[in-house]
Design a protein around this ligand. Structure first.
Ligand SMILES: O=C(O)[C@H](O)[C@@H](O)[C@H](O)[C@H](O)COP(=O)(O)O
Length: 256
Protein backbone atom coordinates (compact mmCIF):
# COMPACT_ATOMS: atom_id res chain seq x y z
CA UNK A 1 0.00 0.00 0.00
CA UNK A 2 1.19 3.49 -0.88
CA UNK A 3 2.70 5.51 1.94
CA UNK A 4 2.20 9.26 2.36
CA UNK A 5 4.87 11.33 4.10
CA UNK A 6 5.20 15.02 4.82
CA UNK A 7 8.52 16.83 5.24
CA UNK A 8 8.59 20.48 6.24
CA UNK A 9 11.60 22.77 5.82
CA UNK A 10 12.16 26.22 7.27
CA UNK A 11 11.93 28.25 4.07
CA UNK A 12 11.85 28.04 0.28
CA UNK A 13 15.64 27.96 -0.09
CA UNK A 14 16.08 25.05 2.29
CA UNK A 15 13.13 23.28 0.69
CA UNK A 16 14.75 23.58 -2.75
CA UNK A 17 18.10 22.35 -1.38
CA UNK A 18 16.48 19.39 0.38
CA UNK A 19 14.41 18.37 -2.66
CA UNK A 20 17.51 18.64 -4.86
CA UNK A 21 19.45 16.34 -2.53
CA UNK A 22 16.55 13.86 -2.43
CA UNK A 23 16.30 13.92 -6.21
CA UNK A 24 19.98 13.08 -6.66
CA UNK A 25 19.66 10.19 -4.20
CA UNK A 26 16.53 8.95 -5.95
CA UNK A 27 18.27 8.98 -9.34
CA UNK A 28 21.34 7.22 -7.87
CA UNK A 29 19.18 4.56 -6.20
CA UNK A 30 17.22 3.95 -9.41
CA UNK A 31 20.46 3.59 -11.36
CA UNK A 32 21.87 1.22 -8.73
CA UNK A 33 18.73 -0.93 -9.07
CA UNK A 34 17.98 -0.72 -12.78
CA UNK A 35 21.00 0.90 -14.44
CA UNK A 36 18.82 3.81 -15.45
CA UNK A 37 16.39 6.33 -14.02
CA UNK A 38 13.32 8.21 -15.22
CA UNK A 39 12.14 11.51 -13.80
CA UNK A 40 9.07 13.55 -14.64
CA UNK A 41 9.58 17.29 -14.27
CA UNK A 42 7.13 20.03 -13.44
CA UNK A 43 7.07 23.78 -13.98
CA UNK A 44 6.81 26.73 -11.65
CA UNK A 45 9.05 28.75 -9.38
CA UNK A 46 9.86 26.21 -6.68
CA UNK A 47 10.64 23.57 -9.31
CA UNK A 48 13.07 25.93 -11.04
CA UNK A 49 14.76 26.55 -7.67
CA UNK A 50 15.08 22.78 -7.19
CA UNK A 51 16.65 22.36 -10.64
CA UNK A 52 19.15 25.17 -9.96
CA UNK A 53 20.01 23.54 -6.63
CA UNK A 54 20.61 20.17 -8.32
CA UNK A 55 22.92 21.86 -10.84
CA UNK A 56 24.89 23.44 -7.98
CA UNK A 57 25.43 20.21 -6.02
CA UNK A 58 28.84 18.60 -6.61
CA UNK A 59 27.19 15.18 -6.09
CA UNK A 60 25.30 15.71 -9.34
CA UNK A 61 28.35 14.22 -11.08
CA UNK A 62 27.73 10.89 -9.32
CA UNK A 63 24.63 10.41 -11.52
CA UNK A 64 25.11 8.83 -14.94
CA UNK A 65 23.06 11.46 -16.74
CA UNK A 66 23.34 9.59 -20.05
CA UNK A 67 21.09 6.94 -18.46
CA UNK A 68 18.37 9.31 -17.24
CA UNK A 69 15.08 9.75 -19.07
CA UNK A 70 13.50 13.16 -18.59
CA UNK A 71 9.77 13.59 -19.12
CA UNK A 72 7.36 16.41 -18.30
CA UNK A 73 4.11 16.31 -16.38
CA UNK A 74 2.72 19.31 -18.23
CA UNK A 75 3.64 22.03 -20.65
CA UNK A 76 2.45 25.43 -21.67
CA UNK A 77 1.53 25.16 -25.36
CA UNK A 78 3.85 27.85 -26.71
CA UNK A 79 6.55 28.03 -29.41
CA UNK A 80 9.84 26.17 -28.83
CA UNK A 81 12.22 28.23 -26.73
CA UNK A 82 9.51 30.47 -25.32
CA UNK A 83 10.72 31.57 -21.86
CA UNK A 84 7.34 30.59 -20.37
CA UNK A 85 7.67 26.96 -21.44
CA UNK A 86 8.42 24.56 -18.60
CA UNK A 87 10.98 22.94 -20.90
CA UNK A 88 12.85 26.21 -21.46
CA UNK A 89 13.01 26.86 -17.72
CA UNK A 90 14.22 23.35 -16.89
CA UNK A 91 16.86 23.43 -19.62
CA UNK A 92 18.24 26.76 -18.40
CA UNK A 93 18.24 25.70 -14.75
CA UNK A 94 19.60 22.15 -15.07
CA UNK A 95 19.29 20.19 -18.29
CA UNK A 96 21.80 22.29 -20.23
CA UNK A 97 24.48 21.82 -17.58
CA UNK A 98 24.43 18.03 -17.13
CA UNK A 99 25.51 15.50 -19.79
CA UNK A 100 22.11 14.07 -20.71
CA UNK A 101 21.54 12.01 -23.83
CA UNK A 102 19.39 14.35 -25.98
CA UNK A 103 17.44 11.30 -27.20
CA UNK A 104 16.34 10.66 -23.61
CA UNK A 105 15.01 14.18 -23.01
CA UNK A 106 11.32 14.15 -23.92
CA UNK A 107 9.76 17.62 -23.86
CA UNK A 108 6.07 17.93 -24.57
CA UNK A 109 5.49 19.35 -28.08
CA UNK A 110 5.72 23.06 -28.77
CA UNK A 111 2.97 24.95 -30.58
CA UNK A 112 5.26 25.45 -33.59
CA UNK A 113 6.47 21.82 -33.63
CA UNK A 114 5.85 19.07 -36.19
CA UNK A 115 2.44 18.25 -34.64
CA UNK A 116 1.38 21.81 -35.52
CA UNK A 117 -0.68 24.25 -33.52
CA UNK A 118 -3.29 21.70 -32.44
CA UNK A 119 -2.88 20.83 -28.73
CA UNK A 120 -4.94 17.64 -29.15
CA UNK A 121 -2.46 16.41 -31.78
CA UNK A 122 0.39 17.43 -29.48
CA UNK A 123 -1.12 15.47 -26.59
CA UNK A 124 -1.62 12.41 -28.80
CA UNK A 125 1.96 12.75 -30.05
CA UNK A 126 3.30 12.80 -26.51
CA UNK A 127 1.21 9.78 -25.56
CA UNK A 128 2.75 7.95 -28.54
CA UNK A 129 6.25 8.96 -27.43
CA UNK A 130 5.53 7.63 -23.95
CA UNK A 131 4.19 4.38 -25.38
CA UNK A 132 7.32 3.94 -27.51
CA UNK A 133 9.42 4.09 -24.33
CA UNK A 134 7.62 1.16 -22.69
CA UNK A 135 8.83 -2.39 -22.85
CA UNK A 136 7.12 -4.20 -25.74
CA UNK A 137 3.82 -5.69 -24.67
CA UNK A 138 3.64 -3.58 -21.55
CA UNK A 139 1.54 -0.65 -20.46
CA UNK A 140 1.08 2.60 -22.33
CA UNK A 141 3.48 4.40 -20.01
CA UNK A 142 7.12 3.81 -19.14
CA UNK A 143 8.29 3.35 -15.56
CA UNK A 144 8.66 6.69 -13.77
CA UNK A 145 10.93 6.54 -10.71
CA UNK A 146 9.89 9.95 -9.49
CA UNK A 147 7.35 12.47 -10.70
CA UNK A 148 7.53 15.98 -9.29
CA UNK A 149 4.56 18.31 -9.05
CA UNK A 150 4.23 21.93 -8.01
CA UNK A 151 0.94 22.83 -6.35
CA UNK A 152 -1.17 25.79 -7.45
CA UNK A 153 -3.00 28.11 -5.05
CA UNK A 154 -6.20 26.50 -6.35
CA UNK A 155 -4.82 23.01 -5.77
CA UNK A 156 -3.95 22.24 -9.39
CA UNK A 157 -1.09 19.91 -10.20
CA UNK A 158 0.63 19.70 -13.59
CA UNK A 159 -2.12 21.30 -15.74
CA UNK A 160 -4.97 19.40 -14.08
CA UNK A 161 -7.13 22.22 -12.76
CA UNK A 162 -10.10 22.01 -10.37
CA UNK A 163 -13.42 21.08 -11.99
CA UNK A 164 -11.84 21.09 -15.46
CA UNK A 165 -13.00 18.71 -18.24
CA UNK A 166 -9.53 17.11 -18.13
CA UNK A 167 -10.85 15.07 -15.18
CA UNK A 168 -13.08 13.14 -17.60
CA UNK A 169 -10.25 12.28 -19.99
CA UNK A 170 -9.11 8.69 -19.52
CA UNK A 171 -6.13 9.05 -21.87
CA UNK A 172 -2.65 9.47 -20.36
CA UNK A 173 -2.05 12.88 -21.95
CA UNK A 174 -4.68 15.55 -22.41
CA UNK A 175 -4.93 18.90 -24.15
CA UNK A 176 -6.11 21.66 -21.84
CA UNK A 177 -7.97 24.72 -23.07
CA UNK A 178 -9.18 27.54 -20.87
CA UNK A 179 -6.60 27.04 -18.13
CA UNK A 180 -7.32 29.51 -15.31
CA UNK A 181 -3.56 30.08 -15.04
CA UNK A 182 -2.01 31.59 -18.17
CA UNK A 183 -1.28 30.58 -20.81
CA UNK A 184 -4.75 29.11 -21.47
CA UNK A 185 -3.66 26.26 -23.75
CA UNK A 186 -1.54 23.47 -22.29
CA UNK A 187 -0.86 19.76 -22.44
CA UNK A 188 -0.76 17.60 -19.33
CA UNK A 189 -0.47 14.09 -18.00
CA UNK A 190 -3.82 13.16 -16.50
CA UNK A 191 -4.13 12.02 -12.88
CA UNK A 192 -4.31 8.30 -13.79
CA UNK A 193 -1.02 8.69 -15.70
CA UNK A 194 0.60 10.69 -12.89
CA UNK A 195 -0.43 7.98 -10.45
CA UNK A 196 1.56 5.29 -12.26
CA UNK A 197 4.82 6.83 -10.95
CA UNK A 198 6.67 4.90 -8.26
CA UNK A 199 7.00 8.09 -6.21
CA UNK A 200 5.02 11.31 -6.54
CA UNK A 201 6.53 14.36 -4.87
CA UNK A 202 4.33 17.40 -4.31
CA UNK A 203 6.53 20.42 -3.71
CA UNK A 204 4.98 23.64 -2.39
CA UNK A 205 6.36 26.84 -0.96
CA UNK A 206 4.69 29.93 0.46
CA UNK A 207 1.64 30.98 2.46
CA UNK A 208 -0.53 31.22 -0.65
CA UNK A 209 -0.31 27.39 -0.94
CA UNK A 210 -1.30 26.67 2.68
CA UNK A 211 -5.03 26.38 2.04
CA UNK A 212 -4.71 23.98 -0.91
CA UNK A 213 -2.07 21.87 0.82
CA UNK A 214 -4.13 21.68 4.01
CA UNK A 215 -7.30 20.68 2.14
CA UNK A 216 -5.49 18.08 0.01
CA UNK A 217 -3.98 16.42 3.08
CA UNK A 218 -7.30 16.58 4.89
CA UNK A 219 -8.84 14.38 2.20
CA UNK A 220 -10.48 16.74 -0.32
CA UNK A 221 -11.74 15.20 -3.56
CA UNK A 222 -9.49 15.23 -6.64
CA UNK A 223 -11.94 17.01 -8.92
CA UNK A 224 -12.24 19.93 -6.50
CA UNK A 225 -8.58 19.76 -5.50
CA UNK A 226 -6.41 17.85 -7.98
CA UNK A 227 -3.40 17.74 -5.63
CA UNK A 228 -5.48 15.45 -3.40
CA UNK A 229 -5.65 12.92 -6.22
CA UNK A 230 -1.92 12.69 -6.99
CA UNK A 231 -0.41 9.54 -5.46
CA UNK A 232 2.65 7.48 -6.17
CA UNK A 233 2.35 3.70 -6.44
CA UNK A 234 4.91 3.23 -3.68
CA UNK A 235 5.08 6.61 -2.02
CA UNK A 236 3.58 10.08 -2.01
CA UNK A 237 5.83 12.71 -0.54
CA UNK A 238 4.72 16.23 0.36
CA UNK A 239 7.73 18.52 0.48
CA UNK A 240 6.79 21.83 2.01
CA UNK A 241 8.18 24.95 3.57
CA UNK A 242 6.73 26.12 6.88
CA UNK A 243 4.46 28.69 5.25
CA UNK A 244 2.91 26.14 2.89
CA UNK A 245 2.51 23.66 5.78
CA UNK A 246 0.59 26.09 8.02
CA UNK A 247 -2.78 24.34 7.57
CA UNK A 248 -1.86 20.67 7.50
CA UNK A 249 -4.10 18.49 9.68
CA UNK A 250 -2.86 17.94 13.26
CA UNK A 251 -2.68 14.14 12.80
CA UNK A 252 0.00 14.66 10.14
CA UNK A 253 2.10 16.97 12.26
CA UNK A 254 3.96 14.02 13.75
CA UNK A 255 5.31 13.39 10.27
CA UNK A 256 6.94 16.82 10.14
O1 LIG B 1 2.87 24.86 -15.90
C1 LIG B 1 2.70 25.22 -14.76
O2 LIG B 1 2.22 26.31 -14.48
C2 LIG B 1 3.14 24.32 -13.66
O3 LIG B 1 3.44 23.05 -14.04
C3 LIG B 1 2.22 24.40 -12.46
O4 LIG B 1 1.50 23.23 -12.18
C4 LIG B 1 3.07 24.78 -11.28
O5 LIG B 1 3.89 23.71 -10.90
C5 LIG B 1 2.26 25.26 -10.09
O6 LIG B 1 1.39 26.26 -10.51
C6 LIG B 1 3.14 25.79 -8.98
O7 LIG B 1 3.94 26.84 -9.48
P1 LIG B 1 4.79 27.76 -8.48
O8 LIG B 1 5.84 26.91 -7.84
O9 LIG B 1 5.38 28.82 -9.40
O10 LIG B 1 3.82 28.36 -7.52
Amino acid sequence: MSETSVAVHADADLLAQAVAARLLVKLLDAQADRGQAAVVLTGGRIAAAVYRAVAALPARDAVDWSQVDVWWGDERFLPAGDPERNETQARAALLDVVPLDPARVHPMPASDGPAGADPEAAAAGYAAELARATRPGHATLPHFDVLMLGVGEDGHVASVFPEHPVHHDSRPVSAVRGSPKPPPVRTTLTLPAINTAEEVWLVASGADKARAVGMALAGAGPVQLPAAGAQGVGRTLWLLDRAAAANIPPRLRSLR
